[in-house]
Design a protein around this ligand. Structure first.
Ligand SMILES: [Zn+2]
Length: 149
């Protein structure tokens, strides 16, 4: 019998106030903060936060809040119906790929840009544009979005 098998393992129920990373992320988002995990091993961010670093797999991380500042790399819009009923009221909408100042790539809704070929072409021709994160208050959950700075 190995030594570890003889050790008594005390099972502990999670504290009543313990929240999942998903719940912590949405709580922060409701407050206008962008919760991530910063890896203590490689120093990079995982956003939204998950149970390990998405870059190196380490479980050694700390909570960190991102600035919400970044660059819109491209923008587009969908012609299909919204993927969830919560978005029906804002469709059609623009979404884009944003590179945050902290080096995190995010795909999110971009507010303030018309979902027309002309408006999207104008965004494309202006090149990468600075954006700031914002929070859309939906009926069920807050949703991360971005606006042109
Ligand atoms: Zn890492």
């Amino acid at each position: 019998m190995c030594a570890q098998a003889t050790q008594r393992v005390e099972a502990r129920a999670p504290a009543a106030e313990a929240k999942s990373y998903v719940e912590q992320y949405y709580d922060a988002l409701r407050d206008g903060r962008f919760l991530a995990h910063k890896c203590r091993k490689c120093g990079r961010y995982t956003f939204p936060p998950t149970t390990c670093c998405e870059h190196c797999g380490s479980w050694d991380f700390e909570a960190a809040y991102l600035s919400g500042r970044g660059m819109l790399l491209y923008a587009s819009h969908g012609i299909a119906p919204p993927p969830h009923p919560r978005f029906a009221g804002i469709a059609p909408y623009v979404y884009g790929q944003i590179m945050l100042d902290e080096g995190v790539a995010v795909q999110a809704i971009v507010r303030g840009v018309e979902a027309t070929p002309q408006a999207l072409r104008a965004i494309f021709e202006r090149g990468p544009l600075p954006v700031n994160a914002c929070v859309m208050s939906m009926t069920d959950l807050p949703v991360l979005a971005f606006e042109l700075a």
